[in-house]
Design a protein around this ligand. Structure first.
Ligand code: DOR
Ligand code: ZN
Length: 448
């Protein structure tokens, strides 16, 4: 009996299928047809067989913190180029930050992002809208309307919401509208023009230091507001040991607090800034060994929920103005998986399943993309959309910024030899990226 599918069923044969949401990790066949995962036992109509041996197949990865720069920053990145980078990095969905020009603080700008993402047609793009109008820190946006237009969260990322009363009002409105607030944790009075971590390296280099207390104090203030009000709160790109400890205690107290960390904050310390290469400059900055160890420990013990990139492309000329004056930010979409593996899997701190969970299930959970509300669930259950990341965990390669799909070349990891390479990315069962090394296996010959 042939199945009533319009497209042939594709069967990925003999891969290591890891689905953290189901607690499964083992060699298996995985089939999909018409964009959805089907039972391999039923895959008896016309099928395309793909040899997946040696590969890991997992639910599609989600990066809940990227900067796609559009509207207004198309000389750094476009939604299309950012999406090409995303799928090349194995991501089926990205949540994009609203610090664009104009900022994503209105229904119109959100619609514009959605149109551009649809035109690109590569991965799911989930906009994050601003908390305050123009990200100016004063007047709240219309959370309910923005949410209705597709905003998955609210954030003034690039800046924190500094004013206590504005943040309290934001927390109340977030509770009322069941919105997630993502905070860029930085009191600028404390970070005070710092361009790198305040520590011995900054002193030696004579560069103004960004005091970690600027992050810690805002996390602390916000957790008190969560205790008072009860809104869902997510601390963006955490970087300090004390910040991690504050989140750990908030979670122990049962508060709806989550957080995320970037691969660079797990792999590099402020000493790397000694080169004065602006590709080591980002906000929050690279920190001390103690902070790095605490972030790693926080990921391992579950205090830190998600790995994100904070993908922040800048034009080459913008970065080429010396460390002090260069803008903050580095790209990350195309290197996230092997770098996270370097920090967590290679030293034996996390299993592949543990890492995948933090790049698939957890970001979806934090954003509230649950079974009921989304077609983008992050499990490999039958009937789920075939959103898949396929990678070769053993493949060794050298990072070459010149070959990135992103328009940004600003990575501190150029020339790093890494292990783990994305072979293919599928969204709704469609092949949105295939690595040249995997092309022959995907040469899609149909057989009955
Ligand atoms: O390094 C950063 N770059 N941190 C931010 O908070 C903003 C971002 C950007 O937009 O370039
Ligand atoms: Zn950011």
């Amino acid at each position: 009996m042939s199945r009533p599918t319009h497209h042939p069923t594709v069967v990925l044969l003999g891969g290591r299928v890891i689905d953290p949401s189901a607690g499964c990790d083992g060699i298996a066949d995985l089939a999909f047809g018409d964009g959805r995962i089907v039972d391999t036992v039923d895959a008896d109509g016309p099928t395309i067989k793909v040899d997946a041996s040696g590969w890991i197949i997992c639910p599609g990865m989600v990066d809940m913190h990227v900067h796609l720069r559009e509207p207004g920053g198309q000389h750094k990145e476009t939604i299309a180029s950012g999406c090409r980078a995303a799928v090349a990095g194995g991501f089926v969905a990205v949540a994009c930050m609203p610090n664009t020009q104009p900022a994503l603080d209105s229904v119109d700008t959100l619609d514009q992002v959605r149109h551009r993402a649809e035109e690109a047609g590569l991965c799911r793009v989930m906009p994050i809208a601003t908390i305050t109008r123009g990200r100016a820190g004063g007047t709240l946006t219309d959370f309910a309307a923005l949410k209705k237009t597709g905003a998955v969260a609210l954030s003034d990322d690039g800046s924190g919401v500094e004013d206590d009363e504005v943040m309290r009002a934001a927390g109340r409105l977030a509770l009322e509208t069941d919105s997630l607030l993502i905070q860029h944790c930085e009191f600028t009075e404390l970070s005070a023009g710092g361009v790198m971590h305040a520590g011995p390296t900054a002193q030696r280099l004579g560069l103004p230091g960004w005091d970690p207390r600027a992050e810690e104090a805002m996390i602390e203030r916000d957790i008190e507001l969560v205790r008072e009000i009860g809104f869902r709160y997510h601390a963006a790109h955490i970087s300090t040991a004390r910040g991690v400890e504050l989140v750990r205690r908030a979670k122990a107290a049962g508060l709806p607090v989550t957080t995320e960390v970037c691969p660079h904050h797990l792999l590099l310390t402020d000493e790397a800034c000694s080169s004065l290469d602006p590709n080591f400059k980002m906000n929050p900055p690279l920190r001390s060994e103690h902070d790095v160890a605490a972030c790693v420990a926080g990921v391992v013990d579950g205090t830190i929920d998600c790995i994100v990139t904070d993908h922040a492309p800048h034009a080459e000329a913008e970065k080429a103005v010396g460390f002090h004056d260069a803008p903050f930010g580095i790209v990350g979409l195309e290197t996230a998986l092997p770098l996270a593996a370097r920090a967590l899997v290679e030293p034996g701190l996390l299993s592949w399943s543990g890492l995948i969970e933090r790049m698939t299930v957890h970001p979806r959970r934090v954003l509230g993309l649950t079974k009921a509300s989304s077609s983008n669930e992050g499990s490999l259950d039958i009937q789920m959309p075939a959103d898949l990341t396929i990678f070769d965990p053993e493949s060794e390669w050298t990072i070459d910024a010149q070959r990135f799909r992103t328009m940004g070349r600003n990575t501190p990891f150029n020339d790093w030899a890494v292990r783990g390479q994305v072979m293919a990315t599928l969204v709704d069962g469609r092949l949105r990226f295939v690595h040249s090394r995997a092309a022959d296996r995907f040469s899609m010959k149909t057989s009955a």
